[in-house]
Design a protein around this ligand. Structure first.
Ligand code: CMC
Length: 431
């Protein structure tokens, strides 16, 4: 890393020299760690201007719509890779050779089952539970089953916990779906790819003759998994790092990530897009909803639009759009009214001055919900699919953080705006 300095003059005229750090790509960062000792904190709600860690996993150039995982473009990975190969890359830093790839896949396969006793967790949930509620509980609960991999200071424990999480997420998510519709849980099939096995566990019914999932739909699921696998220091990944910074166990950390992902501003957006499209209902209503999205007194936002980092286009959205056309064409759904409504809404928004001026473009979730709907995955499962995929990014970031000792607890400060010190008033003296 090269270094140069920035100078900050404090109100007492004292000058503080702050090192400027350069990564291999992207904006330089001003290292403000010493400011606290000078009696000042920085104020940056929502981390609009804060780099919270050093990472070598993912790079985003939001102005130019670039997303790199370990230096490879997302388009390159989508075209040439598979989800498990990407998991290996994110975790290990390099693409696997054939032997490494085979070993990695076979190790994942060893962990696809969940403990039979874990199946009992599900019956404690109402059938109407949101799958994300089940995921938060069940994934956190995994810590109770794997005492042999909870020592976070042991690299072997960290590795096996990471592999267990990646391997078990589709099983746990598919079980949440099966539970919600009252069907028996379907065991994983280890002769299938990760994406195929996920579709198998979601849609196979033991009483029906076994039919392998359609390869085009398997390919679409693999793309969905690749496109959501990691995304730099987003809210859920930062949450996983924050939980991990206190030395919490990996299953608890990933459960924290699942909770942060659930919100509609983050991973919950794919479900929210479909809810919004159903609410809009017809092309005639689009102007009314565009007007609502622009009205500051109305909390309504155009779901699937806008991004904290991408201010030109979301490269994942472009790739997801391709998959969307491929799947809808394959299933003869290009005339589907909801899809046509979505395309019309996108066209109108992209020409609207408000969206142009604020650089609000469709993000990956604008299209992913439409693809997932075509795959016959119910809306309530969309964010669970996202969580399954993002587990790769969460564990890669968690592993990276623990591999960069010393582990320092995430402990931000605040700008206090409450009362100054005051005496306690006994209840009979309060007015
Ligand atoms: N519809 C209408 N107005 C919007 C929207 C939208 N979808 N997104 C942002 N704006 C406006 C916002 O009101 C604000 O206006 P002003 O400057 O006048 O106050 C301006 O654009 C900047 O928005 P912001 O909320 O300050 O931006 P942010 O970086 O904090 O938020 C976001 C980014 C993704 C949370 C936001 O764009 C949003 O809520 N989008 C809809 C939800 C969504 O699709 N989320 C999925 C994100 S991609 C998947 C993932 O990685 O999680």
């Amino acid at each position: 890393m090269q270094k140069d300095d920035a100078k900050l003059e404090l109100p007492n005229k004292e000058a503080v020299e702050l090192a400027i750090k350069h990564g291999t790509l992207g904006q330089p960062v001003i290292d403000i760690q010493q400011l606290g000792h000078q009696g000042y904190f920085t104020f940056d709600p929502g981390f609009m201007s804060t780099a919270s860690c050093k990472s070598a996993i993912t790079f985003i150039d939001g102005d130019n719509g670039i997303l790199l995982h370990r230096g490879y473009t997302i388009a390159d990975l989508v075209q040439n890779s598979s989800y498990l190969e990407l998991c290996y890359l994110l975790m290990n830093g390099e693409l696997p050779d054939q032997t490494q790839s085979d070993n990695f896949s076979s190790e994942i396969r060893q962990h696809t089952l969940v403990h039979e006793q874990l199946r009992n967790f599900y019956s404690g949930f109402p059938r109407s539970s949101h799958p994300m509620a089940i995921l938060c509980g069940v994934v956190g609960g995994l810590s109770a089953f794997y005492h042999d991999s909870l020592n976070i200071d042991n690299p072997e424990h960290r590795h096996i916990a990471a592999m267990r999480l990646i391997a078990k997420m589709p099983t746990i998510a598919a079980m949440a779906y099966k539970y919600s519709i009252g069907q028996p849980f379907v065991y994983p099939q280890n002769n299938m790819s990760y994406a195929e096995n996920f579709l198998h566990m979601l849609f196979s019914v033991p009483a029906e003759p076994e039919e392998r999932p359609d390869p085009i739909l398997v390919n679409a699921m693999d793309r969905i998994l690749i496109l959501h696998a990691d995304h730099e220091q987003n809210a859920s990944t930062s949450t996983v790092r924050t939980a991990g910074s206190s030395a919490a166990n990996p299953f608890a950390c990933i459960a924290a990530g699942i909770a942060a992902l659930w919100g509609p501003a983050h991973g919950g957006a794919n479900e929210a897009v479909l809810n919004m499209l159903e609410e809009i209902g017809s092309e005639n209503n689009i102007p009314k909803y565009i007007a609502r999205a622009k009205d500051k007194s109305d909390p309504f936002r155009l779901m699937g639009f806008g991004h904290r980092v991408y201010k030109n286009f979301d490269p994942r959205a472009k790739l997801m759009q391709e998959t969307c056309y491929e799947v809808l064409n394959h299933l003869d759904l290009l005339d589907d009214p909801l899809f046509k409504l979505a395309m019309k809404l996108e066209k109108i928004a992209l020409q609207d001055e408000y969206f142009v001026e604020k650089k609000l473009y469709p993000n990956v979730d604008f299209y992913s919900g439409i693809v997932l709907r075509a795959l016959k995955i119910p809306k309530s499962m969309y964010t669970a699919v996202f969580a399954t995929s993002r587990t790769a990014g969460w564990v890669a970031n968690w592993l990276e953080m623990l591999g960069q000792p010393p582990l320092r607890i995430t402990r931000p400060r605040q700008l206090y705006t409450g009362h100054t010190q005051r005496p306690f008033v006994p209840i009979d003296k309060r007015t």
